[in-house]
Design a protein around this ligand. Structure first.
Ligand code: ZN
Length: 204
């Protein structure tokens, strides 16, 4: 619930001006370099697409996948947690739930995974948030270089993973998952085309 700073009309968006004024102002707002009308929705869309691609990769190869992240199961609850009586530890357990739980029926084991989209492939351990508790979670990063995969504990040691490290941390080469390399390559190609086409929507 908000009022546009420029025309004072009512807007559901939390942005300082309404979409009409944004367009009339030739997509420019003083003080804002990356504007939320375009940047924020696309950021979420790209993140969700990444999750769907990895979910489909694993289900296609016979794994069972549960979408476990807080944004899937407990949408909007984030907004109300700060006013609750939960301790920091309790809040941390809720808000840092891994995105996907992947079950390997043959090996009878479950993996926690965190799915991240970064076009340049660079991901820092700090981006997992303060006091990240899941050291055995696999962080899967979708980028223009393909899919990388690294355990949270290992990422903590090296600090940053870059897209160019792709051979060592390639998801298709991961011993634990032991995936069909050709199929992973196919999805990497499809993923590249999907993200490339989204990136042409906006220059942001
Ligand atoms: Zn307006």
């Amino acid at each position: 619930m908000n009022t546009c700073d420029k025309c004072h009309c009512y807007t559901r968006s939390n942005s300082p001006i309404c979409y009409n004024c944004y367009i009339e102002g030739k997509r420019y707002i003083e003080g804002f370099t990356n504007y939320s009308f375009e940047k924020t929705p696309l950021k979420f869309i790209k993140g969700h697409i990444g999750e769907v691609i990895i979910q489909n990769l694993f289900t296609s190869l016979g794994f069972i996948v549960f979408r476990y992240g807080i944004e899937n199961n407990l949408t909007y609850i984030n907004e109300y947690l700060s006013g609750s009586d939960f301790s920091d530890t309790e809040l941390n357990i809720l808000t840092t739930r891994p995105d996907l739980l992947i079950l390997n029926k043959e090996k009878k084991c479950v993996y926690f995974t965190e799915i991240k989209y970064r076009w340049n492939g660079v991901f820092n351990y700090e981006e997992l948030g303060e006091n990240y508790k899941y050291k055995n979670t696999f962080i899967i990063i979708l980028s223009k270089y393909g899919f990388n995969c690294i355990k949270a504990s290992e990422l903590k040691e090296i600090g940053t993973i870059s897209g160019r490290d792709s051979k060592k941390y390639s998801l298709s080469e991961n011993k634990e998952f032991n995936l069909d390399i050709g199929f992973v390559k196919l999805l990497e190609e499809q993923s590249f085309k999907i993200y490339e086409s989204i990136n042409t929507i906006t220059l942001i």
